[in-house]
Design a binder for this molecule. Structure first.
Ligand SMILES: CC(C)(COP(=O)(O)OP(=O)(O)OC[C@H]1O[C@@H](n2cnc3c(N)ncnc32)[C@H](O)[C@@H]1OP(=O)(O)O)[C@@H](O)C(=O)NCCC(=O)NCCS
Length: 156
């Protein structure tokens, strides 16, 4: 397993995170809209932005990229946290990086954490459940008519 360090994202990481966002998700036209580099900059004011950084020389990724995964978690106006996104590069999955990112985010949480997830996204639902998230609601047509979501919640 390549060695990774979970750490706060740096400003210089946002282009690479945005590139990861474009390749981490299944390409389904009209369903997924990746977040651009500028929005990661905006979020950095208030959100927890974590990256899983591969040790030097350990990158299985092309083009000398060193970020294997990323996570963003926001505070909400209701005083909870909202886990907007966790993603791991397709070449680095199934070796615990998603779990490490989530554990680091939850360790910083001092309130309930909410998220939404596609009920068909089995790896993600499994990851969240094994960390203690439970499904609070199944909302049909959450974003658009064809996009259902589980609302999941974690509290310490
Ligand atoms: C969901 C995601 C972040 C998981 O990252 P990961 O680094 O592969 O996860 P881990 O290696 O830590 O595995 C976590 C658990 O999920 C399981 N898992 C991983 N891939 C799986 C798959 N394809 N199907 C079923 N379970 C899977 C692992 O076995 C592990 O469970 P275990 O400890 O009981 O064995 C990754 O698949 C991903 O980036 N997906 C695309 C983006 C996404 O859907 N993000 C979540 C919605 S915001």
């Amino acid at each position: 397993m390549p060695s990774v360090t979970i750490e706060p994202a740096k400003t210089t990481d946002y282009l690479q995170i945005a590139a990861l966002d474009r390749c981490a998700w299944p390409v389904i036209p009209d369903v997924f809209i990746p977040d651009g580099e500028h929005i990661w900059r905006v979020w950095s004011d208030t959100a927890t932005l974590l990256v899983a950084r591969l040790a030097e020389g350990a990158s299985p990724l092309r083009e000398s990229k060193d970020i294997a995964g990323a996570l963003v978690q926001f505070p909400t106006k209701q005083g909870e946290l909202f886990l907007h996104k966790v993603m791991v590069h397709p070449d680095c999955r199934g070796i615990g990086i998603g779990t490490q990112l989530m554990k680091a985010a939850l360790a910083q949480a001092n309130s309930a954490v909410l998220l939404t997830v596609d009920p068909n996204n089995k790896p993600a639902v499994h990851l969240y459940e094994q960390l203690g998230f439970t499904v609070r609601e199944h909302i049909r047509g959450f974003y658009r008519p064809h996009e259902d979501r589980f609302v999941m919640m974690y509290s310490k």
